[in-house]
Design a binder for this molecule. Sequence first.
Ligand code: GLC
Ligand code: CA
Length: 560
Amino acid sequence: MAETHAWWKEAVIYQIYPRSFMDANGDGIGDLAGITQRIPYLSKLGVDVVWLSPVYASPNDDNGYDISDYRAIMKDFGTMEDFDTLLAAAHKAGIKIVMDLVVNHTSDEHAWFIESRKSCTNPYRDYYIWRDGKDGKEPNNWESCFSGPAWQYDEATGQYYLHLFSKKQVDLNWENPRVRDEVYDLMTFWCDKGIDGFRMDVISMISKDQRFPDGPVKPDGYGDFSPYCISGPRVHEFLQEMNQRVLSKYDLLTVGEAAGVTIDEAKKYARSDGKELGMVFQFEHVGSGNGKGSIVEKWTTGKPKLRNVRAILNKWQTELEGCAWNSLYWDNHDQPRCVSMFGNDAPEYRVRSAKMLATCLHMMKGTPYIYQGEELGMTNTHFKGLDDCRDVEEKNAWQQFVVDQKRVSPETMLACFDNMARDNARTPMQWDASKNAGFPNYTEINAASEISDPDSVFHYYQKLIKLRHEHEIIVYGRFVPLLEDDSSIYAYAREQGGQKLLVACNWTKDEAPCTLFEGVNGTELISNYKEHKKGALQPYEARVILLKGSLSEGAVGAAD
Ligand code: GLC
Ligand code: CA
């Protein structure tokens, strides 16, 4: 089935976490003016779109994912004028801007919640989810994503409110049509400003089962809310309404963050008839290191295995073919650095494995996302103690598992943080060797030195992006898995209109036998090695060949 074309299917997205990207005024916090200053850098890399993590007014309990005013800019980041300047400068450079939309919850400091908690008869009461306690305890056993109960008791009215994240992130009541109107209005406000899309925060959780039943009990004693909140009863109805009321009126990129989403659900969210969203972020491949050796859920020192990652990604690639669109990512502000997680951040392997991972992902079918610093091969950091942590998730997990429940020793928890903590991705962007003191490897890994080195990770990403822009097969070609049982190599082909692309990546630090390219006549589009070995892939080697004979005139010219 021929794929419908769309600009957002052909684009490469760059995610900026504004707090740690670029500090223009020297107060130690990244800001909008800093992003504007770095537009030439983004143009040099060649990305089409920037997704900004939240820049709205926020008390920063969860770094902007707790919004107190959707129509104002966070003071730390600047003013609305700074935003307008950024938007205009980006557009002038041909770069689109996608905003984070966080509407599963608001900050407890949002005007709606300040009203809501005042009394049971306040007009804003039903903007949120209030319930009576049960036998002097929470209304049910649900655990919040950030540890502890998902319900908070409020003295003023003697009821509990629901918060699937921190207690300062209060869940909105999407059952209330007034809440939905408010959300559509604020979306329209930003669309009318000329933004180019939304990344929708935990959008799969907006509809809750109104019976609020207890969830299955987890190892830590709390209940799992997922059966009742993930892709809940009315989520597709709400998104179709949002689409009719707002999205369909503009030409937008939309991507829904959908932790826990199944393939069948993804086909509904990202359905190709455009009635809901453009694509979703699924989470299976980034959670594939969890399990054995794990303490509780994500807190693990385990690493993902090629076999699992490949099985998951191949499944998403083949099953969405022709009926929904994939998003492609290794990294974002919630994940550890991919070179540390999936690759090898030891000095002798870092550059090769970062390039290998990039190849493996960027030749797949879907829209690729690059998280700031990934294009430099930035690595995880090291946590010496709780004082090194800023993230509310880390602090709460420490309190629960180390302090209250005493299930985990401080040493083990720190080892898990080194592996999994979100702060790994939130250390300052390493621009050059003069700044960012405190994050030890900035002298070796930084943008300035990589820009001047043609063999750097940066230049490799630049080339991958260019290839995607030049070869339609990379965007729209059908994905065909290869060597699905190989213990070292991730290989696949892409096919379109008689053309064929071969991709093979060695995920290990050992040489791996590989006969895939024997006797193949084609043009090498990209590789992280200058010389190849017959019958084998070298440590972390990646190769991409466009087969001869399958080449169209245009593609030959572009590849050489
Ligand atoms: C999403 C965000 C994450 C945030 C959470 C609550 O998962 O990506 O950073 O903590 O939602 O808003
Ligand atoms: Ca600043």
